[in-house]
Design a binder for this molecule. Sequence first.
Ligand code: BG6
Length: 487
Amino acid sequence: MYQNNPETFPKHFLWGGATAANQIEGAWNIDGKQLSDSGCIKGAGTGSIADTLDNATRQSLQEAIDDPSADNYPKRRGVDFYHHYQEDIKLIAKMGAKAFRISIAWSRIFPHGDEAQPNQAGLDFYRRVFQTMHEYGIEPVVTISHYEMPVGLTMKYNGWASRQAIDDFLRYAKTIIDAYHSQVKYWLTFNEINTGLTGFHETGATEEDLTTEDEKLQRRFQALHHQFVASSLATKYLHEVDPTCRMGCMLAKAITYPATPNPKDALAAQQENQLTLFFTDVQVRGEYPNYMNRYFADHNIHIKMATDDQMIIKKYPVDFISISYYHSDVTAAKEGQTGFASNCEHVHNDYLEETPWKWSIDPDGLRMSLNELWDRYQKPIFIVENGMGTTDKVGADGVVHDPYRIAYFRSHIKATKEAIKDGVSVIGYLVWAPIDMVSNSTSQMSKRYGLIYIDLHDDGSGTMKRTPKDSYYWFQRVIKSNGQELD
Ligand code: BG6
């Protein structure tokens, strides 16, 4: 039976903002916390993920563990949310946020990852954070693992490359589910799980002992398989403990276009898109899709599975899909190369503007992504990250005037509205980020995403003072009007 699609955002739409512990908390060695992988990554300057996060080795990690200062490791410092959380949540509440996404630092709860008992001071911290959110009527959204695991587990058994990580993760996940299920209804297992395709920063497994690309892929897919099983078992536990809670997967959604109408380019783009959708195929449909058999064969990948793994993945899929969306990509087939998804290279999109960090700005790509995911799965979609990382200048009046950021958000919120009119079920939109923070990929403060400026700089100087930018007041109006006032 035909019915009209909604014209606009639903009544209880979850507007708000998102963050991650390793980028905001600081207090890396306080109240029992020990180092996580992310606290062992040096600042990259203007570099990229490949130069930093994914090239960690046991030696670089050991050097980091032996270094007692935060000077070279910006994520140890964060933006000191640990001591500013009340002020930050108050400001986020004044912006009108209905939801606020944080992650829990695993190494604050199980400092080395293998303790039998959790760290009470860590548990108390997040309880206070959730309590503060509820005092302001804000719904917490929690990522269980956002680009970090206790570095102790990387050193002990090479992170997610080892099946042992499933047990240690579950002890941690069950502990926090037990502790917070009455305060937290929306949970996500692994942030941007598909970035595990590039290695260490998502899998916590170093690769310096491997030489070929296929050997590295073997390790990554084995680690990801362990995460799929762990995610399903955490979902099972959450539902057993509290059927009112909802578990989501989290996908870095970047749509890939073919460089030309040449079918070879179209095929390359399709395969790249499949490599992203593989993750939701497993976590939502509960099955490894057939096209990956082809990929695994082409790359000589053999995933070791325990007898029940496929049953577990099938039986406990996620309840909803969450995505980050920042940009789109373009791919061209490479002459003479064959093999699934190794036969292409990214090229520039001349139709799109870019941020200073060369991320394309493509709101239509968001609309298409939402339609694609809805058509494929018919599961509610939660946009849990969208934003623009760029430099900001504080004006003579002490305020950042950021029309570029407003324009970015406006176009993406309009695209979301169009997708809702297309019939897609979108349940929320969280900006990355309500506050400035250390960049994930470059560890810079100068790559700013926040609607609230934080006076902290790449060299660690600054007062940490929080000041709303123009975009903060603009987003306040958007939320107040439930997405009607976008100008
Ligand atoms: C997402 C991550 O990839 O993008 C965040 O989930 C990250 O952790 C955000 O901060 C923006 O990326 P970056 O590298 O510019 O900070």
